[in-house]
Structures are given as C-alpha cells and as structure tokens.
Ligand binder design. Structure first.
Ligand code: NI
Length: 172
C-alpha cells in the first residue's frame, strides 16, 4: 500500500468526466487499497480516483455513523450513477480534499438512489439520505468533472479562485 498525492484545484483533470471501468483487474484492486489508505490519512469521508490523478469512474468512502461498529465502514463504488433523487437540502460547510482550506454550503438533493458495482463486480444499490447522500453526490460529481465550488454562487466561487491565483503567484 502507498499514500497517494491528492490532486488539487485548478488541476485540469478535476474538470473532466472519468472513463467507465470495464474490468476489475489487479491494478484497480491496488488503486482501491492505496486510495483507502490515502482517504484515512487525509482524513476524508470520500475520495474519487480522479483526485489521485486516475480518470476512472471509481470512488471510496467511509461514512461510518456508528462509531461502535467493528472494523471500518469502507465502501468501494465502481461506475456509480444517481438513478433517483428526492427533495432538496443545503449541505453545511461542505469541503473537499482537492479544494483545500475552503468550505461552503452547497445545494444538494435530500435523498439519492445510487447504482453501481462493488470491488467484486457485484451490483449494488444504495438508498442514501443525510450525510451519506451528500457524500455520494459530492463524490459522483468528481466522476463527472465537477467540484462543489461549481455548485455555489459565482461570487463565492470567484472569491476562492482569486485566493488560489494569489497563492500560486506568491509561490512563484
Ligand atoms: Ni471532493
């Protein structure tokens, strides 16, 4: 296993849709392991492959709500799709490992149904609400080349972009 570098905005790869995964090979299993380690090290709730520079439709997440549960709540989703949505909600203080030092409230669906396959290639269907629903929408956005800052007001977004531009200039 290895810790992977997390790609941050404005890296162009974060703005491009990912490729669907056609077979689950050894490389992919390896990537899942490395992404898991990277997720827990960060730490974060979810991580999409594109955030470690791999433009494949895969993500890992751990939204363990029961702290007493044994082991981890790590889940792997390959080629996930939102097939149903319900209601509207605003996430509070949403953040992203690829958008460091910035948080915002983001308009989201209250509930989503997600279909995909797990790391064994078995079909999975998840009915999510609450935090899990937000995390899944956030991570699936990554696979579509979208960041949460694409879903906030242009005023807030330009504030963040100016800050990044300034920091990059300062670094030379
Ligand atoms: Ni993110």
């Amino acid at each position: 296993m290895a810790l992977l570098d997390i790609v941050t905005y404005p890296a162009p790869i974060l703005g491009k849709p990912c490729k669907l995964i056609e077979n689950i090979d050894e490389d992919l299993v390896c990537l899942v392991e490395d992404m898991t380690e990277t997720l827990y090290d960060a730490p974060g709730l979810g991580l999409a492959a594109v955030q470690v520079g791999v433009d494949k439709a895969m993500l890992v997440y751990d939204v363990a709500e029961d702290e007493d549960s044994e082991g981890t709540g790590l889940k792997v989703l390959i080629n996930p799709k939102i097939v149903h949505t319900e209601g509207k909600v605003t996430s509070e203080n949403e953040g992203c490992l690829s958008v460091p030092e910035f948080r915002a409230d983001v308009p989201r669906f209250a509930c989503v149904t997600v279909e995909g396959v797990d790391q064994d290639g078995k079909p999975v269907k998840i009915d999510a609400e609450g935090l899990l629903s937000i995390v899944l929408q956030h991570e699936i956005d990554h696979l579509d080349g979208k960041l949460f800052i694409d879903r906030i007001s242009s005023l807030k977004r330009s504030m963040y972009k100016r800050r990044v531009a300034k920091a990059m200039k300062a670094e030379g």
